[in-house]
Ligand binder design. Structure first.
Ligand code: M6R
Length: 366
Protein backbone atom coordinates (compact mmCIF):
# COMPACT_ATOMS: atom_id res chain seq x y z
CA UNK A 1 0.00 0.00 0.00
CA UNK A 2 2.98 2.31 0.46
CA UNK A 3 3.94 1.57 -3.12
CA UNK A 4 7.46 0.47 -2.24
CA UNK A 5 8.19 3.55 -0.11
CA UNK A 6 9.14 3.24 3.56
CA UNK A 7 6.45 5.67 4.64
CA UNK A 8 3.23 7.18 3.33
CA UNK A 9 4.79 10.60 3.73
CA UNK A 10 7.59 9.81 1.28
CA UNK A 11 5.14 8.20 -1.14
CA UNK A 12 2.95 11.29 -0.98
CA UNK A 13 5.93 13.61 -1.49
CA UNK A 14 6.78 11.67 -4.64
CA UNK A 15 3.18 11.77 -5.84
CA UNK A 16 3.28 15.54 -6.26
CA UNK A 17 4.07 15.69 -9.97
CA UNK A 18 0.90 13.64 -10.43
CA UNK A 19 -1.28 15.38 -7.85
CA UNK A 20 -0.47 18.86 -9.13
CA UNK A 21 -1.15 17.67 -12.69
CA UNK A 22 -4.50 16.26 -11.56
CA UNK A 23 -5.36 19.59 -9.96
CA UNK A 24 -4.60 21.39 -13.24
CA UNK A 25 -6.29 18.89 -15.51
CA UNK A 26 -9.13 20.30 -17.62
CA UNK A 27 -8.77 23.66 -15.92
CA UNK A 28 -6.10 25.44 -17.95
CA UNK A 29 -5.86 26.11 -21.67
CA UNK A 30 -2.41 27.61 -22.08
CA UNK A 31 -2.62 28.27 -25.82
CA UNK A 32 -5.85 30.23 -25.45
CA UNK A 33 -4.74 31.86 -22.21
CA UNK A 34 -7.85 30.58 -20.42
CA UNK A 35 -8.61 29.22 -16.97
CA UNK A 36 -11.82 27.30 -16.38
CA UNK A 37 -13.13 26.47 -12.92
CA UNK A 38 -16.45 24.71 -13.35
CA UNK A 39 -17.09 24.60 -9.61
CA UNK A 40 -17.28 28.38 -9.25
CA UNK A 41 -18.39 29.50 -12.72
CA UNK A 42 -21.85 30.42 -11.47
CA UNK A 43 -20.19 33.07 -9.32
CA UNK A 44 -18.45 35.02 -12.07
CA UNK A 45 -20.52 38.17 -11.40
CA UNK A 46 -19.66 37.95 -7.73
CA UNK A 47 -15.96 37.66 -8.58
CA UNK A 48 -16.13 40.65 -10.91
CA UNK A 49 -17.54 42.87 -8.19
CA UNK A 50 -16.13 41.52 -4.97
CA UNK A 51 -14.08 44.03 -3.01
CA UNK A 52 -12.68 41.81 -0.30
CA UNK A 53 -11.79 38.15 0.09
CA UNK A 54 -11.32 36.48 3.45
CA UNK A 55 -9.48 33.16 3.55
CA UNK A 56 -10.10 30.94 6.61
CA UNK A 57 -8.18 27.77 7.43
CA UNK A 58 -5.97 26.03 10.02
CA UNK A 59 -2.40 24.72 10.03
CA UNK A 60 -0.89 23.84 6.68
CA UNK A 61 -4.07 24.93 4.91
CA UNK A 62 -3.65 28.36 6.49
CA UNK A 63 -0.12 28.51 5.04
CA UNK A 64 -1.55 27.72 1.61
CA UNK A 65 -4.01 30.58 2.22
CA UNK A 66 -1.11 32.98 2.79
CA UNK A 67 0.41 31.99 -0.55
CA UNK A 68 -3.06 32.57 -2.04
CA UNK A 69 -3.10 36.08 -0.57
CA UNK A 70 0.07 37.02 -2.45
CA UNK A 71 -1.22 35.52 -5.69
CA UNK A 72 -4.75 36.94 -5.59
CA UNK A 73 -3.58 40.42 -4.61
CA UNK A 74 -0.82 40.41 -7.24
CA UNK A 75 -2.81 39.14 -10.20
CA UNK A 76 -6.50 39.80 -9.43
CA UNK A 77 -5.90 42.97 -7.39
CA UNK A 78 -8.53 42.12 -4.75
CA UNK A 79 -7.65 42.76 -1.09
CA UNK A 80 -7.29 39.49 0.81
CA UNK A 81 -7.22 38.74 4.51
CA UNK A 82 -6.06 35.36 5.77
CA UNK A 83 -7.44 34.25 9.12
CA UNK A 84 -6.97 31.35 11.46
CA UNK A 85 -10.47 29.84 11.55
CA UNK A 86 -10.24 29.45 15.34
CA UNK A 87 -9.58 33.17 15.86
CA UNK A 88 -12.02 34.38 13.23
CA UNK A 89 -14.97 32.49 14.69
CA UNK A 90 -14.62 33.93 18.18
CA UNK A 91 -13.78 37.50 17.25
CA UNK A 92 -17.13 38.91 16.18
CA UNK A 93 -15.58 39.62 12.77
CA UNK A 94 -16.92 42.34 10.48
CA UNK A 95 -18.40 40.49 7.59
CA UNK A 96 -21.22 41.32 5.17
CA UNK A 97 -23.06 39.86 2.18
CA UNK A 98 -20.53 41.67 -0.02
CA UNK A 99 -17.67 39.47 1.20
CA UNK A 100 -16.32 36.32 -0.36
CA UNK A 101 -14.94 33.78 2.10
CA UNK A 102 -12.66 30.99 0.88
CA UNK A 103 -12.33 28.08 3.31
CA UNK A 104 -9.35 25.80 2.73
CA UNK A 105 -9.29 22.29 4.21
CA UNK A 106 -7.70 19.03 3.12
CA UNK A 107 -10.06 16.84 5.14
CA UNK A 108 -13.11 19.04 4.85
CA UNK A 109 -13.90 18.13 8.46
CA UNK A 110 -11.90 20.58 10.58
CA UNK A 111 -14.19 21.83 13.36
CA UNK A 112 -12.90 25.40 13.58
CA UNK A 113 -13.02 25.88 9.82
CA UNK A 114 -16.58 24.57 9.73
CA UNK A 115 -17.63 26.94 12.50
CA UNK A 116 -16.02 29.88 10.67
CA UNK A 117 -17.99 28.99 7.54
CA UNK A 118 -21.25 28.79 9.47
CA UNK A 119 -20.64 32.19 11.02
CA UNK A 120 -19.81 33.82 7.67
CA UNK A 121 -22.86 32.20 6.13
CA UNK A 122 -25.12 33.60 8.83
CA UNK A 123 -23.82 37.07 7.99
CA UNK A 124 -24.71 36.55 4.34
CA UNK A 125 -21.24 36.10 2.79
CA UNK A 126 -20.62 33.91 -0.25
CA UNK A 127 -18.49 30.89 0.69
CA UNK A 128 -16.12 28.95 -1.55
CA UNK A 129 -14.32 25.81 -0.45
CA UNK A 130 -10.94 24.44 -1.49
CA UNK A 131 -11.02 20.85 -0.27
CA UNK A 132 -9.40 17.54 -1.04
CA UNK A 133 -11.81 14.95 0.33
CA UNK A 134 -14.75 14.76 -2.05
CA UNK A 135 -18.17 14.97 -0.39
CA UNK A 136 -16.78 15.89 3.05
CA UNK A 137 -18.67 18.25 5.37
CA UNK A 138 -17.03 21.50 4.21
CA UNK A 139 -17.80 21.04 0.50
CA UNK A 140 -21.40 20.45 1.56
CA UNK A 141 -21.50 23.61 3.67
CA UNK A 142 -20.10 25.95 1.02
CA UNK A 143 -21.90 27.61 -1.91
CA UNK A 144 -19.32 26.56 -4.47
CA UNK A 145 -15.77 25.36 -4.62
CA UNK A 146 -12.77 23.75 -6.20
CA UNK A 147 -11.54 20.29 -5.33
CA UNK A 148 -7.78 19.87 -5.17
CA UNK A 149 -7.76 16.28 -6.52
CA UNK A 150 -4.60 15.42 -4.60
CA UNK A 151 -5.98 11.96 -3.78
CA UNK A 152 -6.10 10.40 -0.31
CA UNK A 153 -3.40 11.70 2.04
CA UNK A 154 -2.54 9.20 4.77
CA UNK A 155 0.54 10.77 6.37
CA UNK A 156 -0.53 13.11 9.15
CA UNK A 157 1.97 15.70 7.92
CA UNK A 158 0.40 17.37 4.94
CA UNK A 159 2.55 17.32 1.79
CA UNK A 160 0.76 16.73 -1.50
CA UNK A 161 -2.42 18.29 -0.08
CA UNK A 162 -0.50 21.53 0.49
CA UNK A 163 0.94 21.79 -3.01
CA UNK A 164 -2.47 20.94 -4.47
CA UNK A 165 -4.08 23.69 -2.38
CA UNK A 166 -1.48 26.16 -3.60
CA UNK A 167 -2.15 25.00 -7.17
CA UNK A 168 -5.90 25.49 -6.73
CA UNK A 169 -5.31 28.98 -5.31
CA UNK A 170 -3.00 29.81 -8.22
CA UNK A 171 -5.78 28.78 -10.59
CA UNK A 172 -8.27 30.84 -8.63
CA UNK A 173 -6.02 33.91 -8.69
CA UNK A 174 -5.68 33.71 -12.48
CA UNK A 175 -9.39 32.93 -12.88
CA UNK A 176 -10.41 35.99 -10.88
CA UNK A 177 -7.82 38.08 -12.74
CA UNK A 178 -9.23 36.90 -16.06
CA UNK A 179 -12.80 37.81 -15.01
CA UNK A 180 -11.79 41.22 -13.72
CA UNK A 181 -9.47 42.02 -16.61
CA UNK A 182 -6.48 42.64 -14.38
CA UNK A 183 -4.27 40.42 -16.53
CA UNK A 184 -3.76 40.49 -20.29
CA UNK A 185 -4.38 37.48 -22.46
CA UNK A 186 -0.76 37.34 -23.55
CA UNK A 187 0.42 37.35 -19.92
CA UNK A 188 -2.05 34.56 -19.16
CA UNK A 189 -0.73 32.53 -22.08
CA UNK A 190 2.78 32.98 -20.69
CA UNK A 191 1.86 32.08 -17.10
CA UNK A 192 -0.37 29.13 -17.95
CA UNK A 193 2.25 27.68 -20.26
CA UNK A 194 4.69 27.82 -17.40
CA UNK A 195 2.19 26.49 -14.87
CA UNK A 196 1.58 23.52 -17.14
CA UNK A 197 5.28 22.67 -16.81
CA UNK A 198 5.31 22.78 -13.01
CA UNK A 199 4.57 19.04 -12.54
CA UNK A 200 7.66 18.25 -14.63
CA UNK A 201 9.72 20.77 -12.66
CA UNK A 202 8.56 19.16 -9.40
CA UNK A 203 9.97 15.90 -10.76
CA UNK A 204 13.28 17.68 -11.29
CA UNK A 205 13.17 19.13 -7.77
CA UNK A 206 12.63 15.62 -6.35
CA UNK A 207 15.94 14.53 -7.88
CA UNK A 208 17.71 16.43 -5.10
CA UNK A 209 16.57 13.73 -2.65
CA UNK A 210 19.98 12.08 -2.04
CA UNK A 211 21.66 15.44 -1.65
CA UNK A 212 18.94 16.54 0.81
CA UNK A 213 19.44 13.33 2.76
CA UNK A 214 23.15 14.08 3.08
CA UNK A 215 22.30 17.55 4.42
CA UNK A 216 19.71 16.07 6.79
CA UNK A 217 22.45 13.92 8.30
CA UNK A 218 24.48 17.05 9.16
CA UNK A 219 21.61 18.75 10.95
CA UNK A 220 19.68 15.87 12.48
CA UNK A 221 20.92 16.65 16.01
CA UNK A 222 19.89 20.28 15.97
CA UNK A 223 17.52 21.38 18.70
CA UNK A 224 16.33 24.54 16.98
CA UNK A 225 15.99 25.65 13.41
CA UNK A 226 14.92 28.85 11.68
CA UNK A 227 13.22 29.06 8.26
CA UNK A 228 13.28 32.39 6.45
CA UNK A 229 11.81 33.68 3.21
CA UNK A 230 10.33 36.84 1.72
CA UNK A 231 7.19 37.44 -0.32
CA UNK A 232 5.32 34.24 -1.09
CA UNK A 233 8.34 32.30 0.16
CA UNK A 234 7.49 33.51 3.66
CA UNK A 235 4.51 31.11 3.96
CA UNK A 236 6.74 28.42 2.46
CA UNK A 237 9.15 29.08 5.35
CA UNK A 238 6.27 28.74 7.82
CA UNK A 239 5.28 25.45 6.24
CA UNK A 240 8.90 24.21 6.27
CA UNK A 241 9.12 24.95 9.99
CA UNK A 242 5.78 23.26 10.73
CA UNK A 243 6.86 20.11 8.86
CA UNK A 244 10.11 19.91 10.81
CA UNK A 245 8.54 20.47 14.22
CA UNK A 246 5.60 18.13 13.79
CA UNK A 247 7.52 15.08 12.58
CA UNK A 248 11.03 15.45 14.05
CA UNK A 249 10.10 17.32 17.27
CA UNK A 250 12.88 19.81 16.60
CA UNK A 251 11.79 23.29 17.60
CA UNK A 252 11.50 25.32 14.42
CA UNK A 253 10.20 28.76 13.52
CA UNK A 254 9.34 30.36 10.23
CA UNK A 255 9.74 34.11 9.80
CA UNK A 256 9.73 36.69 7.06
CA UNK A 257 13.48 37.13 6.47
CA UNK A 258 13.31 40.87 7.14
CA UNK A 259 11.74 40.31 10.56
CA UNK A 260 14.85 38.48 11.72
CA UNK A 261 16.50 41.61 13.00
CA UNK A 262 13.44 42.46 15.07
CA UNK A 263 14.02 39.59 17.45
CA UNK A 264 14.99 36.11 16.23
CA UNK A 265 18.51 37.25 15.29
CA UNK A 266 19.28 37.03 19.01
CA UNK A 267 18.99 33.25 18.76
CA UNK A 268 21.59 32.81 16.08
CA UNK A 269 24.78 30.95 16.94
CA UNK A 270 26.70 27.97 15.52
CA UNK A 271 24.07 25.58 16.84
CA UNK A 272 21.21 27.23 14.98
CA UNK A 273 20.76 26.13 11.39
CA UNK A 274 18.94 28.68 9.25
CA UNK A 275 17.13 27.59 6.10
CA UNK A 276 16.76 30.40 3.58
CA UNK A 277 14.51 30.35 0.55
CA UNK A 278 16.79 32.37 -1.69
CA UNK A 279 15.56 31.84 -5.23
CA UNK A 280 16.22 34.33 -8.02
CA UNK A 281 13.28 36.68 -7.95
CA UNK A 282 12.41 40.19 -6.85
CA UNK A 283 13.68 39.83 -3.28
CA UNK A 284 16.89 37.92 -4.10
CA UNK A 285 19.33 40.74 -3.24
CA UNK A 286 17.55 41.46 0.02
CA UNK A 287 17.62 37.80 1.04
CA UNK A 288 21.35 37.74 0.30
CA UNK A 289 21.95 40.52 2.82
CA UNK A 290 19.89 38.59 5.37
CA UNK A 291 22.12 35.55 4.74
CA UNK A 292 25.19 37.71 5.34
CA UNK A 293 23.75 38.84 8.67
CA UNK A 294 23.33 35.22 9.76
CA UNK A 295 26.82 34.24 8.58
CA UNK A 296 28.33 37.15 10.47
CA UNK A 297 26.91 35.65 13.67
CA UNK A 298 28.24 32.17 13.02
CA UNK A 299 24.91 30.66 11.95
CA UNK A 300 24.86 27.71 9.58
CA UNK A 301 22.96 28.35 6.38
CA UNK A 302 21.08 26.00 4.08
CA UNK A 303 19.90 27.80 0.96
CA UNK A 304 17.07 26.76 -1.33
CA UNK A 305 18.31 28.35 -4.56
CA UNK A 306 17.53 28.58 -8.26
CA UNK A 307 19.42 26.19 -10.51
CA UNK A 308 22.86 27.52 -11.38
CA UNK A 309 23.04 30.00 -8.49
CA UNK A 310 26.61 30.90 -7.58
CA UNK A 311 26.23 33.78 -5.13
CA UNK A 312 24.36 31.97 -2.36
CA UNK A 313 26.46 28.87 -2.96
CA UNK A 314 29.55 30.81 -1.88
CA UNK A 315 27.94 32.02 1.32
CA UNK A 316 25.90 29.05 2.48
CA UNK A 317 27.09 25.81 4.09
CA UNK A 318 24.83 23.87 1.74
CA UNK A 319 22.50 24.73 -1.10
CA UNK A 320 19.67 22.77 -2.65
CA UNK A 321 18.76 23.72 -6.22
CA UNK A 322 15.26 23.96 -7.63
CA UNK A 323 14.45 24.76 -11.27
CA UNK A 324 14.17 28.41 -12.26
CA UNK A 325 10.55 29.58 -12.47
CA UNK A 326 8.44 32.74 -12.27
CA UNK A 327 7.90 34.15 -8.82
CA UNK A 328 4.25 33.02 -8.94
CA UNK A 329 5.25 29.37 -8.95
CA UNK A 330 8.21 29.35 -6.57
CA UNK A 331 6.11 28.08 -3.60
CA UNK A 332 5.21 24.94 -5.58
CA UNK A 333 8.88 24.09 -6.09
CA UNK A 334 10.58 25.46 -2.96
CA UNK A 335 8.28 23.38 -0.76
CA UNK A 336 9.64 20.09 -2.16
CA UNK A 337 13.17 20.12 -0.67
CA UNK A 338 11.78 21.32 2.66
CA UNK A 339 9.43 18.33 2.83
CA UNK A 340 12.33 15.99 2.03
CA UNK A 341 14.58 17.64 4.59
CA UNK A 342 12.05 17.19 7.41
CA UNK A 343 11.29 13.68 6.31
CA UNK A 344 14.92 12.51 6.38
CA UNK A 345 15.73 14.28 9.64
CA UNK A 346 12.70 12.68 11.31
CA UNK A 347 13.56 9.20 10.00
CA UNK A 348 17.18 9.59 11.18
CA UNK A 349 15.93 10.57 14.64
CA UNK A 350 13.78 7.43 14.75
CA UNK A 351 10.48 9.30 14.77
CA UNK A 352 7.18 7.93 13.56
CA UNK A 353 6.81 10.20 10.55
CA UNK A 354 3.39 9.03 9.43
CA UNK A 355 1.84 9.18 12.89
CA UNK A 356 3.61 11.86 14.92
CA UNK A 357 2.82 11.91 18.64
CA UNK A 358 -0.19 13.91 19.83
CA UNK A 359 -1.43 14.64 16.30
CA UNK A 360 -4.54 13.55 14.42
CA UNK A 361 -5.04 13.71 10.68
CA UNK A 362 -8.15 15.78 11.03
CA UNK A 363 -9.02 17.91 14.00
CA UNK A 364 -12.76 17.48 14.37
CA UNK A 365 -12.95 18.98 17.84
CA UNK A 366 -12.07 22.58 18.66
O1 M6R B 1 -7.92 19.06 6.97
P1 M6R B 1 -7.46 20.48 7.15
O2 M6R B 1 -6.70 20.98 5.97
O3 M6R B 1 -8.59 21.40 7.51
O4 M6R B 1 -6.50 20.44 8.40
C1 M6R B 1 -5.96 21.61 8.94
C2 M6R B 1 -4.74 21.28 9.77
O5 M6R B 1 -5.08 20.50 10.88
C3 M6R B 1 -3.67 20.57 8.94
O6 M6R B 1 -3.35 21.31 7.80
C4 M6R B 1 -2.39 20.29 9.75
O7 M6R B 1 -1.79 21.50 10.13
C5 M6R B 1 -1.44 19.45 8.90
N1 M6R B 1 -1.80 18.08 8.95
C6 M6R B 1 -0.02 19.60 9.31
O8 M6R B 1 0.84 18.89 8.47
Amino acid sequence: EKGGYDHFMLKEIYEQPRSVRDCLRGRIYPQQGKVQLGGIKEYVEKLKNVDRIIIVACGTSWHAGLVGEYLIEEYARVPVEVEYASEFRYRNPIITEKDLVIAISQSGETADTMAAIELAKEKGATIFGICNVVGASIPRLTHAGVYTHAGPEIGVASTKAFTAQVTALTLMAFYIAQQRGTITESKLIEYLTELNQIPTLIETALKANDHVKMIADKFKDATNCLFLGRGSSFPVALEGALKLKEISYIHAEGYPAAEMKHGPIALIDEDMPVVFIATKNSSYEKVISNIQEVRARGGHVIGIVSEGDTVVKEMADYVIEIPQTSEAFVPLLATIPLQLLSYHIAVMRGCNVDQPRNLAKSVTVE
